[in-house]
Design a protein around this ligand. Structure first.
Ligand code: SF4
Length: 236
């Protein structure tokens, strides 16, 4: 039986200490154990973001923690296939779609067309980071589908950590899953996947900032190709 939803957000000091302790106590915990810990520790105060590439995280939440809301950050620049994947997920579970305060047209009017090509950091900050940060203001915890195996820059990340920038405990139940683990889970369960994954897009972001990768390239080589940029900023 889950505890009742908390009425007030705990302080950064309490949440930081909670994350540090849990990171040690739950070292080696499975994805399901991390989800169950999240629902018990942050009842009514935790959300999960789903990127709509491989949606194994949503499949796990659907089965083991259905009370956790699934959130999709719609930048306005996604591939049609990504939006269709979101719609397929939404036919099974409730998906909360959040977006920038500015429409794409308003952004173009204020900052120039195709900001992604002139200042992608600013574009990501407005279209991805700000909406999620705003959503998390009233939450204590955030679950993401990050995996270490997807980028060499992620090898030091932990399954449970306090996110200083957003003021929440960040839980990454799939962080230690290898590509093989994900493929096995996907084939053994009813996991909805973005068809672009099978068309040369092993990592899928916004359409203007994602290209197909060539054989032998890193799986994130197609993201912000030509820019010295590897993360949108959500996970920094
Ligand atoms: S990935 Fe590209 S289009 Fe999407 S928010 Fe970032 S800069 Fe803008």
């Amino acid at each position: 039986m889950l505890a009742e939803a908390r009425t007030g957000k705990r302080s950064p000091e309490i949440l930081r200490a909670l994350a540090d302790r849990a990171s040690h106590e739950l070292a080696g915990a499975s994805a399901v154990e991390l989800l169950e810990w999240s629902t018990q520790t942050f009842p009514g105060s935790v959300v999960a973001t789903q990127s709509m590439a491989n949606t194994a995280l949503t499949t796990l939440i659907e089965s083991f923690a259905p009370q956790i809301p699934i959130v999709f950050v719609d930048t306005g620049y996604h591939f049609e296939e990504t939006l269709e994947t979101r719609d397929r997920i939404a036919a099974r579970v409730e998906v909360v779609t959040i977006s920038s305060a500015l429409t794409v047209a308003e952004q173009a009017e204020r900052y120039g067309a195709d900001l992604w090509s002139t200042d992608p950091d600013r574009c990501c900050a407005m279209r991805k980071v700000a909406p999620l940060t705003d959503l998390l203001i009233g939450k204590e915890a955030w679950i993401s589908g990050l995996r270490r195996a997807t980028a060499t820059t992620r090898v030091d990340w932990q399954p449970i950590a306090y996110d200083e920038a957003k003021g929440v405990v960040k839980i990454s139940p799939l962080l230690l899953w290898t590509d093989g683990d994900l493929a096995a889970f996907t084939s053994e369960h009813d996991v909805i996947t973005n068809p672009l994954l099978d068309s040369g897009y092993p990592s899928i972001g916004c359409a203007p900032c994602t290209r197909q990768v060539n054989p032998g390239e890193d799986q994130r080589a197609g993201r912000w190709s030509g820019f010295d940029k590897t993360e949108c900023g959500i996970h920094l």
